[in-house]
Design a protein around this ligand. Structure first.
Ligand SMILES: [Mg+2]
Length: 341
């Protein structure tokens, strides 16, 4: 199965994650409005959002370190390089993890894969295991491995990973893989609708659902999804895309109220430097975010910061995510075909 590359929005775009499907547009809009409305309801009632979702079952929500292969800076240098440096070798990935764990205290580590040849990425996971003998590790090749590649890699990853996230595309591929590996499979890609949930439940292939309130239709929809996972004996955690403090807090409230949130949630937060909320960036303690007890979301927009980021949006000229064009700056022959390996 090959991932589709569709024209749209003035550029060729990948379908990298279900949140980018146009079919998810209504859910995404509902989610944005629902979080704002829950914030208002909470403020009117004097209750934190997690109380409106059934009540907090934990007072902090654990997040996972999220590692990425990256160059030291962008092609054409449109922006100043970030402070993280190059991360393409296993040793550099370990260095990135050490820095992130030291700064945030994360107790789980995930690497976004599907970038280099599988053997190279497996070496990175082995290097991480050596550097962090006690921390759960995850690898997400983002459906960039064929079923055959995923089965072969599983032999080396079975004893290394807490879960194996979307190595291969499609529910059928994941179902076949599930018969050939011992570690549980996780997904944010092949179970994104209730119809896919039903199909997966019939085979029990994917054991861990990585929800995302942005494209599942909001926090209440995520809470319902969690109950479905509980009924069908599935674990649950959360997918992340780039987000600031408002989404981080929305995720934290939802996760606080979900009893079967059995794995630390993903977050891109360490990769963002700016904020739109008063008081600046949200603090992590030992890899977790404290569940707010204030009314509503527990954070407020800083209008000056919002205006500054809005101006940045107006000035940057980027209106659509175009990964293919970006990748071709580094590799003119990059085809965008998936799975790549
Ligand atoms: Mg994923």
């Amino acid at each position: 199965m090959r991932a589709s590359i569709k024209p749209g929005g003035g550029g060729v775009q990948f379908e990298l994650a279900p949140g980018s499907h146009t079919a998810k547009n209504a859910d995404k809009v509902i989610s944005a409005m629902e979080v704002a409305m829950l914030d208002l309801q909470g403020q009117l009632l004097g209750l934190p959002i997690c109380d409106l979702l059934g009540g907090a079952v934990r007072d902090e929500v654990p997040y996972s370190a999220y590692l990425f292969y990256k160059y030291a800076e962008h092609a054409d240098q449109p922006y100043a390089p970030d402070a993280w440096g190059e991360a393409v070798t296993p040793a550099q990935i370990v260095k990135q993890a050490q820095r992130m764990v030291a700064q945030y205290g994360f107790k789980s580590i995930k690497l976004k894969g599907g970038v280099f040849a599988p053997a190279h990425e497996i070496e990175s996971m082995k290097a991480l295991r050596k550097a962090f003998p006690a921390l759960p590790l995850r690898l997400d090749p983002n459906a960039n491995w064929t079923l055959q590649t995923s089965i072969a890699a599983a032999e080396e990853l079975d004893d290394l990973l807490e879960y194996y996230e979307d190595p291969t595309p499609g529910l059928e591929g994941m179902a076949e893989l599930a018969k050939r590996c011992r570690m549980p499979l996780a997904t944010n890609m092949v179970v994104t609708t209730m119809e896919e949930f039903r199909r997966n439940a019939s085979t029990q292939s994917v054991k861990i659902l990585l929800s995302d309130h942005h494209y599942w239709g909001g926090l209440r929809a995520t809470a319902s999804l969690a109950r479905m996972c509980s009924v069908f004996g599935m674990g649950m955690s959360m997918h992340s895309n780039s987000h600031l403090g408002i989404s981080l807090m929305a995720m934290t409230h939802a996760a606080a109220a979900i009893p079967n949130l059995t794995y630390a949630c993903d977050t891109h937060y360490p990769w963002q430097e700016e904020e739109v909320i008063k008081g600046g960036r949200i603090a992590f303690h030992e890899g977790a975010v404290k569940v707010p007890t204030q009314a509503g979301l527990g954070v407020e927009i800083d209008p000056a910061q919002l205006a500054q980021l809005h101006q940045q949006y107006l000035d940057c000229g980027v209106r659509n995510r175009n990964d293919l064009a970006q990748m071709r700056k580094y590799d003119p022959a990059f085809s965008g075909a998936s799975p790549r390996f």
